[in-house]
Design a protein around this ligand. Structure first.
Ligand code: NAP
Length: 267
């Protein structure tokens, strides 16, 4: 947003934008907005990861205390716009954001990268939950590459006959499957690296959420090439009535329109 609007020329305080983050898109958005002197951007992180990748600009860390706490935060910090740029599977905070924005009368946008789409050579089993993914697995393979994150491992803990390669950013805690190897790593991942993982661990099934990120998509290509079936967990819907942007540039356009409309209305 390169051009300050009329309100800034008159010496008005910057508009406060709260970005709910924890994703690459949130960091890109914060970087895109940072040079604009008419904006103050705060990114909020949940505090789940021990050493998070930090965005530029102001950062706050930790939960708000439900939708009421978030609504209070929006009012107390005079937030002019809220952008929910959390992960497509961070469902609770997205629902909280919708409720809090309505309560505090703050415009809300959901920034969601598009989901993955299967090609003709993919073998995908689409499910709606981790429990459904676990139920599908025994019929598909015995050596499973599990990339759904360390938080959901309890859903697979009863699968004692299967062996799991679990990839996560931080070490998982029990309950988890008894037969597993943990690979601590975070994207982006390369196609060659993913091919090698499937081969060396003799993987015959892959489980993933439909995160939709380019950084983690090579595993799907590697699975397709190796004929490995993929169990893919569909994402929860964006809360009803919340407008969506597919990338940070679209979110910037939304903000620019919002603030120029308001400047027009005020003038
Ligand atoms: P969640 O289940 O939707 O949220 C649980 C609680 O965590 C929320 O009620 C909220 O606590 C707090 N919270 C979540 N995101 C927050 C944020 N950006 N700022 C402040 N508080 C936040 O969330 P989750 O799935 O555990 O994800 C946590 C964070 O990790 C998100 O920021 C998300 O973008 C990121 N992440 C998630 C995934 C995933 O697969 N779920 C993957 C990569 C990154 P209060 O109710 O106390 O406010």
């Amino acid at each position: 947003m390169p051009t300050p609007d009329a309100a800034d020329a008159a010496g008005a305080p910057p508009r406060h934008v709260l970005v709910l983050g924890g994703t690459t898109e949130a960091r890109r958005l914060a970087a895109a907005l940072a040079p604009d002197p008419s904006l103050r951007v705060t990114t909020s992180l949940a505090g789940r990861v021990a050493t998070p990748r930090l965005p530029v600009g102001e950062v706050r860390i930790g939960g708000f205390g439900g939708p009421e706490g978030l609504a209070r935060w929006l009012r107390e910090h005079a937030v002019d716009a809220l952008i929910d740029a959390t992960h497509p599977f961070a469902d609770t905070i997205s629902r909280n954001a919708a409720r809090a924005a309505a309560t505090a009368h703050v415009p809300l946008l959901a920034l969601r990268r598009p989901g993955w789409v299967p090609g003709p050579d993919d073998t995908w089993h689409q499910v709606t939950s981790l429990d459904e993914a676990a139920a599908a697995l025994p019929a598909l393979g015995t050596r499973v590459f599990l990339t759904t994150g360390r938080m959901g491992l309890a859903h697979f803990a009863h699968l004692t006959d299967l062996w799991f390669l679990v990839r996560s950013v931080d070490p998982p805690e029990p309950p988890h499957p008894p037969r597993m190897e943990v690979l601590l790593d975070r994207g982006p991942f390369t196609l060659d690296g993913e091919r090698a993982l499937l081969r060396t661990h003799r993987i015959d099934a892959l489980v993933t959420k439909d995160s939709g990120a380019a950084a983690t998509a090579p595993k799907l290509t590697a699975a397709r090439e190796a004929g490995v079936p993929v169990v893919i967990v569909r994402r929860p819907p964006v809360p009803k009535g919340v407008p969506e942007a597919a990338d940070p540039a679209e979110a910037v356009t939304w903000l620019r329109r919002l603030f120029s409309d308001r400047a027009g209305a005020a003038g």
